[in-house]
Design a protein around this ligand. Structure first.
Ligand SMILES: C[C@H](OP(=O)(O)OP(=O)(O)OC[C@H]1O[C@@H](n2cnc3c(=O)[nH]c(N)nc32)[C@H](O)[C@@H]1O)C(=O)O
Ligand SMILES: O=c1nc2n(C[C@H](O)[C@H](O)[C@H](O)CO)c3cc(O)ccc3cc-2c(=O)[nH]1
Ligand SMILES: [Mg+2]
Length: 301
């Protein structure tokens, strides 16, 4: 059994490679929920929907959110009548979010996601990190912002001073799934706002210490491949490098996969954790993704 810790964008790319290498039914994905919020009356779970659509083969690979080839009639009509949704939500995407909102009146998020992933034919189990609502706040020189106000509203421009999120209880299956796994993969997602909230929950680091953990650096050559991870790592006092990522994960990571661009970091990182693997981690094509997945899973498949 393989368990993957995931945010949006980076890890879903790797998941595309992993599900072509291992049996999707043997894979569990624990997904970040701190960006979850309500927009236009619907419950939005961005990273969960990105993972679910990726596994269902319907993800928009240009944006890494929403359903491929979706229309935006409702979003555009709302704008025309004077209501600007902060996120550009497609019509098919909205239907899935509407159903999630309705089901959440009866069930916890974990059960709702399980119902939806089965409806989409997804064989892997998608586990929200928590069934409790935790909102992340980005403290900036322009005041306190939600994740989406910062990322989308302000295009990640403000200076980031701190990042705060309320600690939440892990959802029922998180700890046991990690402990029962042959390998836990920490995917190349934002170490602060995607992976950070998952590993900071009560009991997760202990469970990871008792598991075999392989992480992939989301930072290549001192920069994230995409998104605001650099500003967040700086704000939290971490060097923006694969070494900086290694210090965040070192207490439970058994193997660290870094990019060929960071070969000179190998010796320093080996002082922090036992095993470093150097390979191309910049996933542009499906072959890149399958190749990286094979390197990670090779020892257990
Ligand atoms: C908006 C989003 O960024 P953010 O919310 O900060 O982070 P996510 O966890 O959602 O994912 C972005 C994260 O993933 C890394 N990434 C992306 N593509 C690759 C890749 O091909 N290889 C690799 N090693 N890491 C990758 C990226 O550096 C970010 O840290 C967003 O960017 O869409
Ligand atoms: O940067 C954006 N992210 C959008 N996201 C992604 C998400 O809010 C963040 O980018 C996350 O960091 C992705 O991990 C969406 C996610 C959804 O589930 C549905 C719609 C959107 C729309 C946007 C958007 O317009 N801009
Ligand atoms: Mg994200």
């Amino acid at each position: 059994m393989i368990t993957i810790l995931s945010g949006g964008t980076g890890t879903p790319k790797l998941i595309q490679g992993i599900t072509k290498t291992a049996d999707p039914a043997d894979i569990n994905i624990i997904v970040n929920t701190v960006e979850n919020t309500y927009i236009s009356g619907n419950y939005i779970a961005p990273d969960i929907d990105t993972v679910m659509y990726t596994l269902a083969g319907i993800i928009n690979e240009n944006t890494w959110y929403g359903v491929d080839k979706d229309t935006f009639i409702t979003h555009e009509t709302l704008k025309e009548i004077g209501y600007n949704e902060i996120l550009r939500i497609g019509d098919k995407d909205r239907a899935i979010k509407i159903q999630k909102t309705i089901l959440m009146e009866k069930y916890p998020l974990s059960k709702v996601v399980d119902i939806q992933r089965k409806k989409l034919g997804v064989k892997s189990k998608i586990i929200p990190m928590s069934d409790e609502q935790s909102n992340i706040r980005i403290i900036t020189d322009e005041g306190e912002l939600s994740f989406h106000e910062f990322l989308v509203g302000k295009k990640a421009q403000p200076e980031v001073e701190d990042i705060v999120y309320v600690d939440v209880k892990p959802s029922d299956d998180v700890i046991s799934t990690i402990e029962d796994s042959d390998m836990v993969i920490i995917g190349p997602s934002n170490p602060i706002t995607s992976i950070g909230p998952i590993i900071s929950m009560n009991g997760v680091k202990e469970a990871l210490k008792n598991s075999y953990v392989v992480a992939v650096s989301p930072i290549i050559g001192g920069n994230p491949v995409s998104g605001p991870a650099a500003k967040f790592m700086n704000a939290m006092g971490h060097e923006v490098s694969c070494e900086g990522v290694a210090t965040i994960y070192k207490e439970f990571m058994d193997k660290f996969i870094i990019d060929v661009e960071d070969t000179e970091s190998e010796k320093k990182i080996e002082k922090l954790i036992s095993k470093v693997v150097i390979t191309n981690t910049n996933m542009k094509t499906i072959n890149d993704k399958v190749r990286l997945a094979r390197i990670i899973l090779g020892e257990i498949l």
